[in-house]
Design a protein around this ligand. Sequence first.
Ligand SMILES: [Zn+2]
Length: 268
Amino acid sequence: MALGFRLRGSTVVFAITLATPTAAAINLVSVQDEIKLGQEAQREVRRQVPVVGGSVGPYVGGIGRQLAAHAAGPRYPYSFSVANYREINAFSLPGGPVWVHRGAIQAAQNESQLAGIVAHEIAHIARRHAAQQISKGIVANGLLNLLGAVLGSGHGARAAEVGASVLANGYLLKFSRDDEREADAVGVQIMRRAGWDARGMLEFMEILRAKEGRDPGVAIFLSTHPAPADRVARLRSIVGGGGRRDTDAFRRIRAELARMPPAPAMPR
Ligand SMILES: [Zn+2]
């Protein structure tokens, strides 16, 4: 569930595609700048992405807030939105915003599986994976002047300016395998602390693997998620039983979604 959102109709000028993760995590972007960049991105995503109405957003927001309360790290302004797209996907923006596609909710069979998706995205934010990827991209692309602009004086305004110029041209940010593994492991901890059965995360990944190659809606998810077999094996070794698996609220939300017109496909 990497940040793999691409702004519609725009070209990628800030593609971060480092094949090998560096040994040590680098964080050249401050928490404040990270939040500002995320807010810029969120504004753009909100303009372009249709949101699911009814009780779905508040329900996912409720799960997200319970999970985020148990995340370590900076106190980010987490927010949770549901995109009315049929593809199975979820993504996070730097410093707080989490998006879940309607297709992911409809593919989940119980609430713990949905909680697993959300917890994984919260973990990416809490562990500052986007800030690290942006830092690596800045260094790899020789954009230290851009970094200077982010970190220089007049902090907020400059950061917003840089964020806007980056985002106006679109971006494609993929997390490394290590980031994905860490988001799984940290997400499992968050789920347990918040009282959900962490096996839900593993179950959802198994649903995806079963659909692989048969359901085109899974392709986008798998394109941003390296080595699902490897992740399943690792998850199997860390999730234990216990905790909340399902609720009446989840079943009501599923019924509400089933009554809505089908979710449209994500524009390419
Ligand atoms: Zn992920």
